[in-house]
Design a binder for this molecule. Structure first.
Ligand code: ATP
Ligand code: MG
Ligand code: MG
Ligand code: MG
Length: 352
């Protein structure tokens, strides 16, 4: 008998549109080649307002590739969290949700309660991977090299004007310019600014604080950006390493998602020892946060000194056919439909 895969996408997150694009690719892969004989697709769409939609609406969103023109809003608030009855038919969930309320342990908590296997990291790995401050603490504990950074809270930025100038003085003294201001829990560069002056720093702190209570400010490095994909549970494997190049100031949202603004170079042209070091660090990072199934680990490589710094881990990386994660495995010999199949099998291995 075929297994029913509950493809869960959209979500209450700044990365809603990216999730739709990833889900379209995965939906196609579930019916490609030998997958068609073993899997039945059952899609579920979570609107930006958090309300779940059944498969008829989900299929419509998958087909159009666009969010609904206006969110359906039930008059009964409890309906917002009510699962469509067909959720009971799902054998394995594939939550292809990026960012808060999906990549951060929240959905993983719900699926854990439902006692149904799901693709990717569990509650802990997802939560740590999404929170850049918690993530950096775990990476430091594992001995992974990182850039200098400072933790900042929204309350420091907003509700206490007396300490605000002191906060900015401290950032300038400890990290200098340029530095990067980020909401702790987000992705796709949403809410991230590169700053070079006090005025830019103030604007950036204000902007990042609108996304999250927890912020991080990092020393900026001039480096090549390289990424490595990890696949597995207890014995995770690292892919070949890829590099991202672009003309813009940094790898911001527009550069990530505008056709032609960034190039993915696979494999990255790196000394063999650097590639090996990055692969080892990627697996250490995966293990350090208790990730499972898949993750993409992002690094900075400073050519002049040979230093490799870990930037971050993403436990549900972009998953369109042109995304780095599936392309790295493609270049490592695993096709997109095979990759989707492997991830479902890993979900069953871990939970079954
Ligand atoms: P993703 O879409 O990969 O989840 P994200 O929103 O989690 O991204 P980061 O990967 O932390 O964000 O940063 C986004 C980009 O900002 C990086 O790819 C890089 O171009 C730039 N950047 C971030 N931090 C630094 C830094 N400390 N020094 C130099 N560049 C940085
Ligand atoms: Mg990220
Ligand atoms: Mg991300
Ligand atoms: Mg990143």
């Amino acid at each position: 008998t075929k297994r029913t895969i509950g493809l869960l996408f959209g979500g209450c997150s700044g990365e809603h549109e990216v999730s739709i694009a990833s889900a379209r690719a995965i939906a196609q892969a579930l019916s490609a080649g030998s997958n068609a004989a073993v899997y039945t697709l059952l899609p579920f769409y979570i609107q930006k307002n958090g309300q779940w939609c059944d498969s008829a609406i989900a299929q419509q969103v998958l087909t159009s590739g666009q969010p609904l023109s206006s969110d359906l809003a039930s008059s009964d608030p409890v309906d917002r969290w009510r699962l469509p009855p067909t959720a009971g038919d799902v054998d394995v969930w594939f939550p292809v949700l990026h960012g808060p309320n999906g990549e951060d342990g929240t959905i993983q908590g719900l699926l854990t309660l439902m006692q149904t296997p799901f693709v990717g990291s569990g509650i802990l790995g997802s939560a740590i991977g999404m929170d850049k401050l918690a993530m950096k603490t775990m990476f430091a504990q594992a001995g992974l090299p990182q850039v200098n950074y400072m933790a900042v809270s929204r309350s420091q930025v907003w509700s206490n004007p007396c300490i605000y100038p002191k906060l900015c003085d401290d950032i300038e003294a400890q990290l200098a310019y340029p530095c990067f201001v980020k909401p702790a829990n987000l992705g796709s560069s949403v809410g991230i600014s590169k700053v070079r002056s006090r005025a830019e720093l103030e604007a950036a702190l204000d902007s990042a604080a609108s996304y999250d209570r927890r912020l991080i400010v990092e020393a900026g490095v001039v480096a090549r950006e390289v990424e490595c994909a990890v696949l597995g549970n207890e014995q995770p494997q690292a892919s070949i390493v890829g590099e991202i190049t672009y003309q813009s100031d940094f790898y911001d949202y527009e550069t990530k998602y505008t056709e032609g603004k960034a190039d993915l170079i696979i494999p990255a042209a790196l000394p063999e020892a650097v590639t090996a070091q990055i692969q080892t660090m990627a697996i250490q990072a995966f293990t350090a946060i208790d990730a499972a199934g898949l993750a993409r680990v992002d690094f900075f490589y400073i050519e002049a000194t040979g230093d490799v710094f870990i930037n971050e881990i993403n436990t549900m990386p972009g998953f369109t056919v042109t995304s780095m994660y599936p392309r790295l495995w493609g270049a490592s010999g695993i096709t997109f439909p095979e990759l989707v199949d492997r991830l479902v099998q890993l979900a069953l291995d871990r939970n079954g």
